[in-house]
Design a binder for this molecule. Structure first.
Ligand code: F0G
Length: 411
């Protein structure tokens, strides 16, 4: 069952047929929203039905997604990730109700899989054989995996500085890797141009209007996992702003459909060295100032956010907050999360925890509020990062004497 009606420009509201390939508004150049017939949805779907659904992944929320032909669905079992109560981390910070939505458990280790399932399924529906994306690494690895499953040819564009672990993941899945001598912003522009010139299906975040829809399932799951309640606060690390916008849309839909009786406030977090959305939001500007990214959280090193309008709109609608965090705060938060909860997030993911700590200390969030941090991607994707703060492991001879000496020193 499908309730999509049109694609609508976020700015001038021009409408487009969702059965055609459209990446942006031909009148004003802005991004497109996927619009549904919510009245028809209300008549057909009741939240009590979810108790009988066995699928934990995309199919669980099929009516809320823009999939027209389920015969073309390409899924690796994304989603269904746990919402973990952070007793120890919460205890250290004096918070009663702290949760982590552990997106590192997705098939390729990152929340991007929720978007990729739509990008590749749409490529299949449109009969496209070659897909492409620009990426700071995660979206590339994710697209490569799903393209492999669908037997599509996959071209991924990544900046030169992309961590080897992310590049090697794409290589393993058989994608063609194009490493670009430049940053993500330049890489993105090149990928879009190449898609046009070579007629590849454009799976770039924000350009492909369907990807963001997959992120809504993070919000749906959080509501269900909390007994049909939304958190008070959801903390999201931000690059292009697609994830934040998708999560907010998910909460709004479940609220508008009457499935939950409240909506959360969204907190967007960016690294200080790459925070155009945070700056624009806090200065109440409706345009961003492009920056030259400088952060060790490579996943978020985006100086020209491609989903700016949707991200700012989501922060405004949710009465949200935006906060920047230093690289040092990110590394400390990464270590704290791993040591207290056993969750190893990459720096771009740990930024959510760093930001949450900061807004709590500023007194903007109360100790009793229900707070959910979205831990977007696995620390294994950038394994060098924790070594920047940690002591090097001690190398010893394979003898019990060496071990005794070490134990004595450790006392
Ligand atoms: N967290 C991680 C781990 C990411 O990889 C990204 C984005 C984000 C958060 C931010 O999400 O861009 O929707 O605001 N990674 C993209 C990529 C840019 O290419 O993998 P966003």
């Amino acid at each position: 069952m499908n309730f999509v009606t049109v694609l609508r420009c976020v700015s001038c509201k021009k409408e487009f047929d969702p059965r055609n390939i459209v990446y942006s508004c031909d009148r004003c150049g802005e991004r497109l929203d996927v619009i549904y017939d919510y009245e028809a949805m209300k008549r057909k779907i009741n939240k009590s039905e979810f108790g009988h659904r066995h699928s934990c992944s995309t199919l669980r929320y099929s009516e809320f997604l823009p999939i027209f032909d389920y015969g073309k669905l390409v899924s690796l079992g994304e989603g269904g990730t746990p919402l973990i109560k952070c007793e120890r981390l919460g205890g250290e910070l004096g918070l009663d109700n702290l949760y982590a939505k552990d997106e590192t458990r997705n098939p390729t280790g990152v929340f991007k899989d929720r978007a990729t399932v739509l990008a590749i399924t749409k490529a299949q529906e449109f009969g496209r054989k070659i897909v492409a994306i620009a990426s700071t690494g995660n979206a590339a690895a994710s697209l490569s995996a799903y393209a492999a499953k669908a037997a599509l040819h996959c071209n991924v564009f990544v900046p030169e500085s992309t961590p080897l672990a992310k590049v090697s993941q794409s290589i393993a899945y058989g994608a063609k890797i194009i490493q670009v001598k430049g940053n993500y912003d330049q890489t993105y522009d090149l990928a879009v141009e190449a898609c046009k010139e070579f007629d590849w299906y454009n799976c770039n975040p924000a350009a492909n209007p369907f990807r963001t829809e997959g992120k809504k399932t993070i919000a749906y799951e959080m509501c269900e996992q909390s007994g049909w309640k939304s958190p008070d606060w959801v903390i999201v690390p931000v690059g292009n702003g697609c994830n934040l916008a998708g999560i907010w849309k998910g909460f709004k839909e479940f609220y508008d459909l009457g499935f939950v009786s409240e909506k959360p406030r969204i907190v967007g977090i960016q690294p200080t060295g790459s925070s155009p959305i945070v700056t624009a939001f806090n200065q109440k500007k409706d345009r961003f100032e492009p920056v030259s990214p400088n952060t060790l959280a490579g996943a978020l090193a985006i100086g020209k956010p491609r989903n700016f309008v949707k991200a700012i709109r989501s922060l405004n609608e949710s009465n949200g907050l935006a906060q920047s965090v230093t690289d040092d705060e990110i590394l400390k938060a990464q270590s704290l999360l791993a040591r207290t909860e056993g969750i190893f997030g990459e720096p771009g993911a740990a930024a959510a925890v760093a930001g949450m700590i900061k807004v709590v200390r500023q007194g903007l969030i109360s100790a009793h509020d229900r707070i959910s941090c979205v831990i977007t991607g696995s620390g294994l994707k950038d394994p060098e990062a924790p070594l920047k703060l940690a002591r090097k492991p001690t190398l010893i001879e394979p003898s019990i004497e060496s071990m005794r000496k070490l134990a004595l020193n450790d006392r």
